[in-house]
Design a protein around this ligand. Sequence first.
Ligand SMILES: O=C(O)c1ccccc1NCC(=O)[C@H](O)[C@H](O)COP(=O)(O)O
Length: 207
Amino acid sequence: MSGMYVKICGLRAPEHATTAALAGADAVGVVMSDRSPRHATEAQALAVIAAAKAARPAVDTVLVVREMGATEAAETASRLGFDVLQLHGGYTAEEFAAAAAVHPRVWRAASLATTPNLRAGDYGEERLLVDGAAAGSGEAWDLGLIAGAELGDDWLLAGGLDPENVAPAIRAALPGGVDVSSGVEVAPGLKSGDLIEQFIAAARAAA
Ligand SMILES: O=C(O)c1ccccc1NCC(=O)[C@H](O)[C@H](O)COP(=O)(O)O
């Protein structure tokens, strides 16, 4: 397996978690956000976790939230058995600390468009995910912003990636990993097993 960390986000169906884990994904994400087309119920989340772990126990399972309070999100991640909590957007450093006190593995997702001084680890997070301005929109963003940023050594690139553009994006931005959601869907919220496999293969081949 290459050093490129690959996360497939926004899963709700256990068969897609199985496909992602068997194809070599390092992480699978489940979104709990009422406004998202990929909002998952707790029952769906539990099924995704079980399927991913059955396929490959080492895969990281990630709960992704945006509107939920940080402490409630951390309690939910622990209760459901997620490995990681990803806090997306405008959470403060204090909220990260409160979440980490409950659930130690916390990732931060933010955009250079709204937070130009992003740097991995500043909020005590285990990983930083650098996303476009609109989470889960599938919209590409100006990767040139990365050249002027001091992101640190290890961060994940997200936002508008798909099986076709992930390799050039990796070569341009030099991230430690990549994250995708819309780019492996055939309709908003509806994942494709084929696209998941293609994305993982393309990211691995580029690294
Ligand atoms: O995916 C969503 O709908 C979502 C909703 C609320 C908060 C976060 C969300 N997604 C987080 C992710 O990690 C996505 O994979 C990331 O934004 C990239 O999305 P895309 O551009 O669709 O690949």
